[in-house]
Design a protein around this ligand. Structure first.
Ligand SMILES: Nc1ncnc2c1ncn2[C@@H]1O[C@H](COP(=O)(O)OP(=O)(O)OP(=O)(O)O)[C@@H](O)[C@H]1O
Length: 396
């Protein structure tokens, strides 16, 4: 790994708990990682620790195989060859685009410096704006100048903290993809922080979901969505609910009994013996629930939100359980209406039945005090002492 973070903890003196708590992640050279999670979960603190702006209280950070942070080592930020881009651009207002970009290159011979400025301005598509001042540029252009300035000294790692959050939504999406293209072309290894899932999915080769200082999962977008490692990730990414289910083995097949009916022929489902009496919670994503007038299961629409090509319906079954469904927006039903639904679940993601502790459901926490999730894809990472057995659907 080019960036290797191992069991890293970062604590602020006046805070009782570490803001980054035993985080492990890795980035290969040229890879782009993204950290997402709710406000205050420790994303910026982790980024600042990689930059050398915060000290490690435990664990270590290696950059190109060299330890730059540990409880006993702290390489100064300026010696790490790391570039940073922040949300507020931080351009010098009295300097032209050219001078902003060449600012960090003052030690280089003039000809080399000029060539590098031309190169990075071309990379970010601003070759014709070299003599303009920041206030003469749009927000998106200013952020591209900030990117060019950070890339100019050829950093070995680029850190970006919410770089698009000051821009309007449409521009953000476009710029996120543009920036990914620019960084891939420059073969830059980068770590982003954002709170926008769509941005994370657009940019990241690998995405980390954090909560309360812990990194719950570090995976590609597909795996995060379809094989969430913890209940927190399952709830944070996309729309879905947990529904109580019972697993039963019938004729060498696992059948998942749910309030939506029985799910059969499901791939990669744990065997019933994984859970006491086969009882667990199953994740039902909004796109696992299909609107079908002929379906025997009916549900009442209790909420709906328009999302352009589809509605996100929140539905209540007769039995009281709630599910969510993405339904094409030409099916415009009213709140209070009953519609037919069925579950089309590709592979089943199971968790221990929720167990409230002090009023909170803590079973999703990947820490030693609580059980790890029973998701098959991450069974190898969990701390179970008992082996988990999976039913593997034969390939056809
Ligand atoms: N300088 C500081 N001194 C003390 N506590 C801090 C400091 N900086 C951050 N914290 C605390 O550490 C925790 C993590 O903060 P951090 O800024 O890393 O979160 P974040 O995920 O980046 O949040 P946001 O998305 O709101 O920017 C929070 O509880 C925050 O209050």
């Amino acid at each position: 790994m080019f960036l290797d973070v191992a069991q890293l903890s970062v604590s602020y003196p006046e805070r009782p708990r570490p803001s980054v708590d035993r985080v492990t992640l890795g980035l290969r050279a040229g890879e782009m990682g993204v950290l997402i999670g709710p406000s205050g979960c420790g994303k910026t603190t982790l980024l600042r620790a990689v930059a050398g702006l915060e000290r490690a209280s435990a664990g270590e950070i290696r950059l190109a195989q060299s330890v730059v942070s540990s409880a006993s080592v702290h390489v100064a930020p300026e010696a790490r060859r790391i570039g940073m881009v922040f949300q507020d651009y931080a351009l010098f207002p009295h300097l032209t685009v050219h001078d902003n970009v060449s600012f960090g290159l003052h030690k280089q011979p003039r000809a080399e410096r000029e060539a590098r400025v031309r190169e990075v301005l071309a990379l970010v598509g601003l070759s014709t704006s070299a003599q303009r001042f920041p206030h003469e540029l749009s927000g998106g252009q200013q952020q591209r100048v900030a990117l060019a300035r950070a890339l100019a000294p050829k950093p070995q790692l680029l850190l970006l903290d919410e770089p698009f959050s000051n821009l309007d939504v449409e521009l953000r999406e476009r710029l996120a993809l543009e920036v990914r293209g620019i960084l891939k072309e420059a073969q830059t290894t980068a770590l982003f922080v954002t709170h926008d899932q769509m941005e994370a999915f657009a940019i990241g080769d690998v995405i980390g979901v954090m909560s309360e200082g812990r990194l719950h999962q570090w995976d590609d977008a597909y795996t995060l969505y379809h094989r969430p490692a913890t209940r927190f990730v399952a709830e944070f990414i996309g729309h879905g609910v947990f529904t109580p289910a019972t697993l039963q083995e019938v004729n060498n097949q696992v059948v998942v009994h749910t309030p939506m009916g029985d799910l059969m022929d499901v791939a990669e489902c744990p065997l019933p013996c994984t859970f006491a009496s086969g009882e667990c919670d199953v994740l039902l994503r909004a796109d696992d629930i299909v609107h079908d007038d002929d379906a025997p299961v009916k549900a009442e629409i209790i909420r709906k939100s328009f999302r352009g090509s589809e509605f996100l319906y929140t539905l209540r079954l007769k039995t009281g359980e709630t599910v969510m469904a993405h339904v094409p927006s030409h099916h415009d039903h009213k709140v209070g209406e009953w519609i037919g639904i069925r579950a089309e679940v590709d592979h089943v993601v199971t968790f221990n039945r929720a167990c409230p502790v002090n009023g909170h459901d803590l079973c999703n926490m990947p820490c030693a005090e609580h059980e790890a999730p029973h998701d098959h894809a991450h069974a190898h990472e969990s701390s179970h002492e008992q082996p988990i057995h999976f039913h593997v659907k034969p390939s056809v």
